[in-house]
Design a protein around this ligand. Structure first.
Ligand code: F6P
Length: 321
């Protein structure tokens, strides 16, 4: 192969720049030209492509966001939109496309390959950590650190006022961030979409913690749990009458300097994505599982569900006495 394109798509994640850098520099080392696509699939069908050399990605490994910009494309969801994108890739003489993103982006890549035969390799980049085929996704570690530092701060004010704080963390359909933050932040309870625990359970938990002499509680709720933090806080207020505050951390969790684990994961997976194309692989996501590089068919990354660690969930309950 002579020329490879790379794009970032969907929600940005800290470490995406490290992945782009790894793709560009691995390509350069192997004599492969790398073309960057701006604004994800939206930019692809509009022809927003530019050559990238090793110096273009200098001073980016420590930067959050994505230097290539990203978007959630509606046009790409239509066969016409994908046909336009495929034509642009052919015009540029691109032999393979590397898509850094989450399941929505992998859907886009999968259909491009199915309909137009352009080899696609996925690199898992999403803070949600919800892709089957890799232990962790790029951006997840940083998001957990960011959310955790907010939880620690909210605990200070919560304890001072003897209030209950219900904190909502991101995770559209997944509780990975919530569970890690709950354990590391010493939360009294965690609500995740993977467990259909009734919302009313929180009343007994809060009453119990007050009876044990706790001076305030931290409850973590994943965004994807029915009704989110607002619904949980309402149940507490109604069931206990105790002063409750809600804090929705939101997009702050997507920004910031990537922590070392995200930079290292991104560097390894960006390199592996170029090698995968060189080996003739296509339609797979490169992942890291139990310390090794793995290849999972793109459609399996969203068809198979990556469960939260049930053992960690048990541990969270065990330690919240
Ligand atoms: O997929 C990453 C994510 O941050 C989810 O946790 C969240 O539900 C969603 O993206 C938010 O998307 P947007 O940035 O389009 O509001």
């Amino acid at each position: 192969i002579k020329r490879v394109a790379v794009l970032t798509s969907g929600g940005d994640a800290p470490g995406m720049n490290a992945a782009i850098r790894a793709v560009v520099r691995t390509g350069a080392q192997q004599g492969i030209e790398v073309v960057g696509v701006r604004r994800g699939f939206s930019g692809l069908h509009r022809g927003e492509l530019q050559r990238l050399g090793p110096r273009d990605v200098a001073n980016t490994i420590q930067r959050g966001g994505t230097i290539l910009l990203t978007a959630r494309s509606h046009t790409w969801r239509t066969p016409e939109g994908r046909a336009k994108g495929a034509a642009v890739l052919r015009e540029w003489g691109v032999d393979g496309l590397i898509v850094i993103g989450g399941d929505g982006s992998f859907h886009g890549g999968h259909f491009l390959q199915e309909e137009h035969g352009i080899p696609v390799i996925g690199v898992p980049g999403t803070i949600d950590n919800d892709l089957y085929g890799t232990d962790h996704t790029i951006g997840y570690f940083t998001a957990v650190e960011t959310a955790l530092s907010a939880v620690d701060k909210l605990r200070d004010t919560g304890a001072s006022h003897e209030r209950i704080f219900v904190i909502e963390v991101m995770g559209r359909h997944a509780g990975h961030i919530a569970l890690d933050v709950a354990v590391a932040g010493g939360a009294e309870e965690v609500f995740i979409p993977e467990d259909k625990k009734p919302i009313g359970d929180v009343v007994a938990i809060v009453k119990d913690s007050v009876a044990k002499g706790k001076r305030g509680s931290i409850i973590i709720v994943a965004e994807g749990y029915q009704g989110g933090a607002e619904a949980v806080a309402e149940a507490i207020q109604e069931g206990t009458g105790l002063e409750t505050r809600v804090s929705i951390l939101g997009h702050i969790q997507r920004g910031g300097t990537p922590v070392s684990s995200d930079r290292i994961l991104a560097s390894r997976l960006g390199e592996a994505a170029v090698y995968a194309l060189m080996d003739g692989k296509k339609g797979v996501m490169v992942g890291r599982t139990a310390g090794g590089i793995t290849y999972t068919p793109l459609h399996e990354t969203w068809e198979k569900r990556k469960d939260v660690s049930r053992d960690l969930y048990r541990c969270a309950k065990m330690l919240s006495i």
